[in-house]
Write a protein that binds this ligand. Structure first.
Ligand code: ATP
Ligand code: MG
Length: 470
């Protein structure tokens, strides 16, 4: 009896111990997994190369004085402060930077205390904007990859980054940047450049190289595909073979990007002054087709391609002359050939000309906005520019004066000129409008009379008239 009791005691003891051991094993496994996750996926633990002031070309005279003020202030207060990203890249390439971005280990709240003219923006990841009148210097606290952070890893199963809001150190910050030439840090403490990723060699070789595994990095954020092409186009640089191989097969990833973000990226293309080479590259890597699926690329329809080529040439010219560009006009030009084709199709089904065009515009804009979140005011302009192509054809009575007074007349006339240059049979019409704008009132009346005698109005056919069966 007593032996039985001991055996039972032993049994309970072993059972209790085994559950404890299981728990300990589970705990150890968890710790191990967590430890593995904390290893940065693209962090090669490289030591940075420090390029002293004597060995690089960035002089403080080329840095915007407001950016210098912010850098100095942070440094004086004992924080690390670096110029980073496009401005360092552009200065090294001898170009004028668009903006000056700063990275620091100061937290946003600390920056607010430091700068009276500081506004914190962004809910998920807070950025400091230091305001100098209209000029804004953006200061970001170093960030890290989520794999480095102890909380959730912000990626979907596609590898897409959905959260990006954990502070880190410069060693963490560098690996989340896209290309090596965008990951150079100009240190205000000693005016050196800190290079973790071989960016300086790539600047010298004029080469665009993705940091880490291109496939993974494009998947994480497919907007990098567009950024790659934008930098190649505007900086006129080569792309490294591994990055290119991946770029060439990844255009489909753009479907994972929100239409709002895509529209913002498209706007950047228009503002760089290098739309001709950039749009060639976009077409080459199938990205244009992803952004503008409705745009016609029929090799037999040379008008469409010519129209796009010409609008891009004009855009670069305007930027070079310091003139503004209108996204509404550009996107309309991309879509015009397909709208025109659709309008012809509608007409062949018996719709009146104006309704055909109106319906074609509606169809194309609905399809286009599924890809790009074009704001409402831009859509309204686009619609007006297209509908005015119809009104430009009416040259009787008071109509031309009304068309001329339309706020979107200039853009509509520019599109008409483009259509004429691209070989559409509207040359006479375009010339007429050129003269009409220059003429005084008497001249304008003469021009209207001239059209009236040239073009006798045709008898109107009723809409949807059914053929009589005899
Ligand atoms: P630009 O001349 O167009 O301003 P940029 O490189 O400065 O070029 P920004 O959009 O201003 O581009 O971004 C600043 C920096 O932030 C980049 O240089 C890069 O280091 C980093 N960055 C921006 N977007 C991404 C992204 N999608 N993925 C990774 N890093 C990015
Ligand atoms: Mg920038």
């Amino acid at each position: 009896m007593r032996q039985c009791g001991i055996i039972r005691e032993l049994f309970y003891l072993v059972r209790a111990l085994s559950t404890r051991i299981k728990k300990i094993i589970k705990l150890l496994k968890g710790l191990l997994q967590r430890f593995n996750k904390e290893q940065p996926s693209v962090h090669p633990k490289a030591k940075p190369t420090i390029i002293p002031r004597s060995d690089h070309t960035i002089s403080r005279t080329t840095i915007h004085r407001n950016a210098l003020k912010v850098l100095y202030r942070l440094h004086q207060e004992g924080y690390q402060a670096y110029l980073v990203g496009g401005c360092v890249r552009d200065l090294l390439l001898g170009r004028q930077p668009k903006d000056f971005d700063i990275a620091t280990n100061a937290l946003p709240e600390e920056m607010r205390k430091l700068f009276r003219n500081c506004r914190l923006i962004g809910r998920r990841f807070r950025l400091a904007h230091i305001l100098f009148g209209k000029d804004i210097i953006e200061v970001a606290t170093f960030r890290t990859h989520h794999e480095n952070a102890q909380e959730h890893h912000g990626k979907t199963h596609d590898g897409l980054i959905i959260r990006d809001n954990v502070y880190g150190t410069i060693e963490d910050d560098v690996w989340r940047r896209d290309f090596s030439i965008n990951a150079l840090y100009y240190n205000i403490a000693d005016f050196s450049i800190v290079d973790y990723t071989g960016g300086m060699a790539d600047i010298k070789a004029k080469r665009l190289r993705m940091i880490g595994q291109p496939e993974q990095r494009f998947q994480e954020d497919p907007v990098r595909l567009l950024r790659a092409v934008r930098f190649m186009g505007k900086l006129n640089i080569e792309i490294s073979p591994e990055t290119e191989a991946c770029l060439a097969k990844s255009s489909h990833l753009l479907t994972h990007v929100s239409p709002a973000r895509l529209f913002q990226e498209v706007l950047k293309f228009f503002q760089e002054g290098a739309t001709v080479p950039t749009f060639k590259l976009l077409q080459q890597y199938n990205l244009f087709q992803q952004l503008f699926p409705q745009t016609l690329f029929n090799p037999e329809d040379t008008h469409a391609q010519q129209l796009i080529d010409q609008v891009l040439i004009n855009t670069d010219q305007r930027i070079a002359e310091g003139k503004s560009i209108s996204p509404a006009f550009l996107i309309t030009a991309f879509l015009w050939p397909s709208m025109n084709q659709q309008a012809r199709l509608n007409r062949s089904e018996g719709m009146p000309a104006y309704v055909s065009l109106e319906k074609a515009i509606q169809t194309m804009l609905t399809l286009q906005t599924q890809r790009l979140a074009i704001p409402r005011n831009v859509l309204v302009s686009m619609r007006d520019i297209c509908l005015l192509q119809y009104h430009l054809m009416s040259r009787q009575g008071y109509r031309p004066y009304r068309t001329l007074d339309h706020p979107r007349f200039r853009a509509a006339y520019d599109l008409l000129l483009l259509r004429s240059t691209a070989g559409e049979p509207v040359e006479e019409l375009a010339l007429w409008w050129t003269e009409f704008q220059k003429a005084d009132r008497a001249g304008q009346e003469q021009l209207i009379k001239r059209v009236a005698t040239q073009h006798r109005p045709k008898k109107k056919r009723p809409y949807n008239r059914k053929k009589k069966v005899t």
